[in-house]
Design a protein. Structure first.
Length: 398
């Protein structure tokens, strides 16, 4: 160990000891009894009791017990150091489950946050509140109800807009939009929040090739996908292009059902978890699609999207076109706490492996045909889409 590292290590030990002694001394001074045991539950209880006493006796301000309790619960989950795990209050849990179940109160947009922190509109739900107000894909959020969103996380912004209590409420959203001559202008939009049914699957045809866009995987997605596939088979399409670009994931159950729709009997993914052990999913032989398939992916294709695209690639049932995917090969489970302390908790509970045993966590999927995007808003200029169509047409004509 180098001299610098030794100094840093010793400083850490001494600093930690000093803080511990300081806490004990302060507790004794204020007449507070402090207990430290080996159990996390006991330690949380003891520390919370000490902190609550200090707040009650000395904090100059209003305090609500529920907010303190929620803050403590959030902090405990945050201490895991896992950005995918989270504690939800009762209101947050209700909103989360509404979204997973395929409907929510909001404005009907899909957002993405750029590396510089800007929040951009990816998609606008047809006929939804945002579309009615004139918000368009590509708009950048500037202010929400007069609050500057610069530096605000996307989750924080969504929590302002997407909640049951907003049903019928008008929110003023200021967006920045590029004009035809390249200039940028701010537009103020009056958006009336309402119930939004998530349409996560849309489709069209390019000649004889079917195109299916999947924006997310919720509990309604597999049913919507099944309806689209039924129509594609009736139209006798020569092949498919399935687009999961910018799809951040969602329900694993929906993905399994959709893979079963496309693939003949065989292995899908294996899920490894501490509680359940190893669990392997299989496709049946009830339905399958035996014509050429290309799947479009990019750096925003994550989690369930990667299960979908990666399984098709591993089973040699589809070509992947685009850029390296995000690389999230772990599974989160949302647990209800309504019967105990209220709300819910999302925890990372498993890792999944593609057929053949490959993990894509922190690695992502490598496309068979790597192509940087030119445009995703203009189909004629979308070189990834055009290449996928060429590949499917080429295989269909062989």
């Amino acid at each position: 160990m180098s001299k610098e590292r030794k100094k840093g290590f010793l400083f850490g030990i001494l600093f930690g000891a000093a803080v511990t002694l300081g806490v004990i001394s302060a507790a004794r001074y204020f007449g507070i009894q402090l207990y430290i045991s080996g159990s996390a539950t006991r330690q949380v209880h003891d520390k919370a009791s000490v902190i609550e006493t200090c707040i009650d006796d000395y904090y100059q301000g209003e305090v609500k017990d529920e907010e303190l309790a929620n803050g403590a619960a959030k902090g405990m989950v945050s201490a895991l150091g896992d950005k995918y795990s989270q504690y939800y209050t009762e209101e947050e849990y209700e909103e989360l489950m509404n979204g997973i179940n395929g409907s929510y109160v909001g404005i009907g947009v899909s957002l993405k946050q750029e590396e510089n922190g800007d929040v951009i509109v990816k998609d606008v739900s047809a006929g939804g509140p945002a579309a009615t107000a004139g918000i368009q894909a590509g708009d950048r959020f500037v202010r929400v109800d007069g609050r500057d969103v610069a530096g605000m996380s996307m989750d924080e912004m969504i929590s302002i807009i997407k909640k049951e209590g907003n049903d019928g409420r008008t929110i003023v959203i200021t967006v920045e939009r590029a004009t035809d001559n390249g200039e940028k202008k701010e537009l103020e939009k009056q958006v009336v929040c309402g119930k939004v049914d998530v349409i996560s699957v849309s489709s069209k045809k390019f000649g004889t090739v079917g195109y299916i866009k999947i924006t997310e995987f919720d509990k309604e997605t597999d049913e919507q996908f099944g309806t689209v596939m039924e129509n594609m088979k009736k139209d006798d399409v020569s092949g498919l292009v399935i687009d999961v670009r910018n799809n951040g994931g969602g329900s694993l159950d929906s993905v399994i059902e959709m893979l079963d729709e496309l693939l003949p009997e065989g292995e899908l993914i294996t899920e490894k978890s501490k509680k359940e052990g190893d669990k392997t999913y299989y496709s049946t032989n009830e339905t399958s699609f035996d014509r050429p398939v290309a799947v479009l992916i990019n750096g925003y294709s994550a989690s369930a999207s990667e299960v979908f695209a990666g399984t098709l690639q591993a089973r040699k049932a589809a070509m992947l076109v685009g850029t390296q995917s995000f690389g999230k090969g772990i599974v989160q489970t949302v647990l209800s706490l309504e019967g105990s302390c209220g709300g819910g908790i999302k925890l990372t509970t498993a890792e999944y492996f593609l057929p053949g045993g490959m993990s894509i966590h922190k690695k992502g999927l490598t496309p068979d045909f790597a192509i940087e995007a030119s445009s995703e808003t203009d189909e004629s200029q979308d070189n990834q889409l055009q290449r996928a169509l060429e590949l499917v047409n080429g295989q269909s004509n062989q």
